[in-house]
Design a protein around this ligand. Structure first.
Ligand code: PMP
Length: 347
C-alpha cells in the first residue's frame, strides 16, 4: 500500500446552510436575498448573446470594475473582482497572510475564515466577543500576522463604528487588516461606517464586498475587493486569468447600475427587520440589534422553534451557537406567518 494519504491536505470543511430541493421551502438559513435582483439584470440576461459562450470571458471584468471604482471614488486599479467574496477571501489570505505569527479574527464570526486558514496552513487565533457579542478592539492590539473581521459581524448582525475600525487599523500597521463588508449594503444609517473612508489614509486595508446579499445575485458568484493600488497589484499576480464568467459579469453590471432598486430592497429589509425586533421585544426574546438582513436570537427551545417553522416550510440556520438561531429576514407575507408560529410557540 502506498503512503499517498499522508500527503493529502486535510481540512475540516465549511458546512454551508442546506440547499433543500423542495420548491415550497422558503430558505432563511444562508442570508440570501428574498427579493429578486434589479429588473435590469433579467433584461440583460434575456438579451445575452449566447454566441459569447464559446469564448473566454473578459479577464479584467473591466466594465464592472470601472463602475464600482467610479461609484466609490477609487481608481479602477484599486478594485478586484472575484468569484464571490469567498474567492476574494482566499486570494487575500494566500497573498497577505504569510507570516508565521497567527492571524486574528473573532471567535463568533463567518465560519469560513478558519477553513481557509487551515487549508492554506495559516496559523490563527480567535478573539472572543464580549458578553454583548461585540468585537473588543483592544483584543486586536499586539503582534499578529493579519486581522480579518466582518462589519456588520455575522451571525450577530452587529455593526462596529468606524472609529473602532480605524483604531484597529492604527494598531496594526505592519499587517493587512481585512474588513469583510458582505452585509454593509443593508445598513440604513445616514453615515454608513464603511472602511472605504479609511482607504485613502491607510496603505494596509482591504475591504471585501459581495453581490450575493443585498444585490440578490448569490447564484452568480460575484464578490469584490477595494484596496490601495499596491495591494490590488499583488492580488493581480496570483489570480486566475479568467475568474468571472460573462453571465456573472453582465448580471453584476446591471445590478450595480440600479442603485435605486438596491435602496428599495434595503429599506424593505429594514422595515421587515423592525417588525421582528418589536415582536422580540414584546415576547422578551433576547436578540442583537442587527444592521444586516438577518437576526441572531435565542429562545429556551431553539431546536423546537426551528422545527415548528420547518414544518411550515421555513428553514432557518441552527448550530451557530447553542440555543441560538439565525433568521434571514423574510418578505412581509412570510414574516407575518412566521411570527404567528413564533407567538403560538412561545405561549
Ligand atoms: N463574508 C461573510 C461575512 C458572509 O456571511 C459570506 C456569505 N456566507 C461571505 C463573506 C461570502 O459570500 P459570497 O462568497 O457569496 O460573496
Amino acid at each position: 500500500m502506498g503512503n499517498w494519504e499522508s500527503y493529502v491536505r486535510k481540512v475540516v470543511p465549511y458546512v454551508p446552510g442546506e440547499q433543500p430541493q423542495e420548491q415550497r421551502m422558503i430558505k432563511l438559513n444562508t442570508n440570501e436575498n428574498p427579493y429578486p435582483p434589479a429588473p435590469g439584470v433579467i433584461r440583460a440576461l434575456k438579451e445575452f448573446d449566447t454566441d459569447r459562450l464559446r469564448l473566454y470571458p473578459e479577464p479584467a471584468c473591466k466594465v464592472l470594475v470601472d463602475a464600482i471604482a467610479e461609484y466609490y471614488g477609487l481608481k479602477s486599479s484599486q478594485v478586484f473582482v472575484g468569484v464571490g467574496s469567498d474567492d476574494v477571501l482566499a486570494m487575500i489570505f494566500m497573498t497577505f497572510f504569510n507570516s508565521k505569527t497567527p492571524i486574528w479574527f473573532p471567535d463568533i464570526t463567518y465560519s469560513f475564515y478558519d477553513v481557509w486558514a487551515d487549508m492554506l496552513r495559516i496559523p490563527y487565533e480567535v478573539k472572543p466577543l464580549d458578553d454583548n457579542f461585540q468585537i473588543v478592539k483592544e483584543d486586536y492590539y499586539g503582534e499578529n500576522g493579519g486581522v480579518v473581521f466582518p462589519n456588520p459581524n455575522a451571525p450577530t448582525g452587529i455593526l462596529m463604528p468606524l472609529s473602532e475600525i480605524e483604531d484597529i487599523i492604527k494598531h496594526n500597521q505592519d499587517v493587512i487588516v481585512v474588513v469583510d463588508e458582505a452585509y454593509i449594503d443593508f445598513v440604513t444609517a445616514v453615515a454608513v461606517p464603511t472602511a472605504r473612508a479609511l482607504l485613502d489614509e491607510f496603505p494596509n486595508v482591504a475591504i471585501m464586498r459581495t453581490f450575493s446579499k443585498a444585490y440578490g445575485l448569490a447564484n452568480y458568484r460575484v464578490g469584490y475587493m477595494m484596496t490601495p493600488v499596491e495591494l490590488a497589484n499583488y492580488i493581480q499576480t496570483i489570480r486566475l486569468p479568467y475568474n468571472l464568467n460573462t453571465l456573472s459579469q453582465v448580471a453584476a453590471e446591471a445590478a450595480f447600475e440600479d442603485q435605486a432598486f438596491l435602496r428599495r430592497t434595503v429599506s424593505q429589509n429594514a422595515e421587515e427587520r423592525a417588525k421582528w425586533e418589536s415582536l422580540f421585544d414584546e415576547l422578551n426574546i433576547h436578540y442583537y440589534k442587527s444592521e444586516a438582513n438577518f437576526i441572531f436570537f435565542t429562545v429556551p427551545d431553539a431546536e423546537g422553534l426551528a422545527d415548528a417553522w420547518l414544518k411550515e416550510g421555513y428553514q432557518v440556520r441552527r448550530g451557530q451557537r447553542d440555543g441560538w438561531l439565525r433568521l434571514t429576514i423574510p418578505m412581509a407575507q412570510d414574516g407575518a406567518v412566521m411570527r404567528g408560529i413564533l407567538k403560538e410557540f412561545m405561549n
